[in-house]
Every structure is written in C-alpha cells, then in structure tokens.
Design a protein around this ligand. Sequence first.
Ligand code: PGA
Length: 264
Amino acid sequence: MLVEKYRQKEPFVYHPEIVILPTSYDVDKYAATKFIEQVRSKPNSVLTLPTGSTPEGMYGLLVQTHKESGLDLSQLTTFNLDEYWQLPSDHSASYASYMQRNLFQHVNIPVTQRHIPNSEAPDPNIEAAHYEEMLTKQQVDLAILGIGPGTTCHIGFNGRGSAIDSRTRYMPLDEQTLHVNAQSFPNPNEIPRGSITQGIGNILEAKKIMLLAKGVDKAWGIQRTLEGPKGSEAPASFLRFHPRVTFVLDQAAAQLLYKKTSGN
Ligand code: PGA
C-alpha cells in the first residue's frame, strides 16, 4: 500500500505536476478534458469526485459533451469525497443534491454505481465504516479534488490535524469552513457541524490525483500546500507524496507560488 512507502523517510521525492492556466474557465476546460480522456481510455473507470464551486464548470462541460457528443458514462463508478452529516439528503445544500443538480440528473451513470455518504445515517461512524468498505473494494483510477478555503488546506473534509493514513470517518467542520459554508444555508440553524469524509489515506490510494483551484482566495492555501512543509497542518500538502498528482490552477490561485514549475 502506498501509505507504507510514506512512512519511510523521504525515499520517494516526487514533483507534482503544476499546470497554471490564464483563467478559471481554462481550469474547467482542462479538468473536463482530463475527465473525458479518462473515461474514453477506460470506460469502466472508478472516480473520486468533488463538490463545491470549483468543479461546477467542469461538470457543466461534461454534461454538454454528454448531450452534444454522446459521451457515455454508463460504465463509470463514482465515489464522492464527502458529505455533510447530519442533513436531509434532499436539502439543496447537501452534496447528494449538488451532484444531482450538477451532474447525475443530466448523464447516464447508473444510480447503483454512484456513491455518496448518507447524510441521514443514524450513526456517522457506522456510515463511515460502510463507505470505507465499499470504497476499498475498488481501485480508484482518478481522484478529482478541490482545496478548502482560507488557511484550511483541507481536501475532502480532512482539516488540520488529519493524518496521512487517515481513513473514511466522521469529521467535525472547522470554523473557517463553517463560516464559508454558511452562505449555502439561509437558515443558520440548519448548518451541519460535521461531515463524513474519505481520509487522506483513501485519497492517496488513487492511481492519479488532480486538484483544482481557482481564484485569489485559494492562493495562500496553494502556496502553503506546494511550498510549505509537508504535514498535517496543511493536509493538502500530503498530496506531494503521491507519484502522479497534478495541480490545475488559474493564475489567481497560483499568484503566490515562488516556484512555478515544481512543488517539491
Ligand atoms: P470550493 O470548495 O470549491 O467551494 O471552494 C472546495 C473545498 O472546500 O474543498
């Protein structure tokens, strides 16, 4: 398992691929192209998928390609990175609703091949263990991620303090994330305080990883992730231990990077 390799002291020094594009729309196009290439080269791919504002453009382009060019997604299996707990799954801010709105209702991925943690599960630990079991039966071909707001550097809902070998689990949401996510909840009483998320260890087991970041609000986190020390203080920095990770950034998100070509 890859995680075992990371426990050794720096035997593998990888240089993430960093793609810096002029605009956020270029990031959408690049991400959609990579997604489509993956599906065309291996129609029964297993993908880890993100939510949030960052991948909305990518999903829009995928839907367009499905409608206009008949992109077939019928053999795909998908695992979402995370979901709020506890929230009705049909709440407009749930990630189940997000995925319906942005992708699933428009394309032909069979419902039995899509996986999202159940935001209504009575016990989040049992639900996390169930999700972990389904996920680890598969080999994820490509994990697509965003990065958290501000100084969180989270991937999935793996906030500060998350270990490199963490697994699918219940995670409380940190204050910065709660603050940003509050925009999606007109009624503040509905804001979930926790989540069920794939762990860093799960994410690192994907064959390939692609992290997307757009806008100046992500610039600090991207600089910390790629040029700061690797560790739990910036969970996304653990991606630098992966041999095949690509950071796809617009110029705004990349503006604080000193080294523009290598993130080691
Ligand atoms: P965002 O969220 O795309 O809405 O910025 C990303 C994340 O929190 O992982």
